[in-house]
Design a binder for this molecule. Structure first.
Ligand code: CMP
Length: 137
């Protein structure tokens, strides 16, 4: 069993898409083992996306991630990291395959509705950024 971190981002929360996105996760065999809604501060968002610090889109990404609450989830399944990345679809929704979350719901490259860890190592780091061991079922 693997675990991965998922975020439902501000553009999706503002459109009340949490339920539909969670439904897609569950119907695709991803089990929710932790979940919470929170408002990120600019410092928290900046630290979460530190790997993109040098990118031209970094500041706008932080502003966007703080523009409304996010929902953070820990998802569990065999191959959870790759299974959830497949379900999310490409970062740019224009390139996302049909029946993926981003194809259905994303508004743009930045406002792409969801985030998912890109490796087991980043999943561990990202899960521990949002949740303590006591929060995870
Ligand atoms: P995510 O998978 O959370 O990882 C980094 C985020 O930065 C990405 O989703 C998008 O929200 C955003 N992003 C990535 N590339 C770009 C880009 N070229 N322009 C604007 N935002 C981007």
């Amino acid at each position: 069993m693997e675990r991965t971190l998922a975020l439902i981002k501000p553009d999706a929360v503002l459109r009340n898409l949490q339920g539909e996105i969670i439904d897609m996760m569950q119907k695709n065999g991803l089990k929710i083992v932790a979940m919470k809604m929170l408002q990120l501060s600019p410092k928290q968002a900046a630290h979460f996306y530190l790997v993109h610090k040098e990118q031209p889109f970094y500041q706008n990404l932080i502003t966007y991630m703080c523009s409304a609450p996010v929902v953070a989830l820990v998802l569990e399944s065999t191959n959870a990291v790759s299974a959830y990345r497949t379900l999310m679809g490409e970062t740019n929704p224009e390139n996302a395959k049909p029946h993926t979350i981003r194809k259905k719901y994303a508004l743009s490259l930045r406002e792409n509705s969801v985030h998912g860890s890109d490796s087991l190592q980043s999943a561990e780091q990202e899960i521990s950024y949002f949740f303590s061991a006591f929060d995870i079922i």
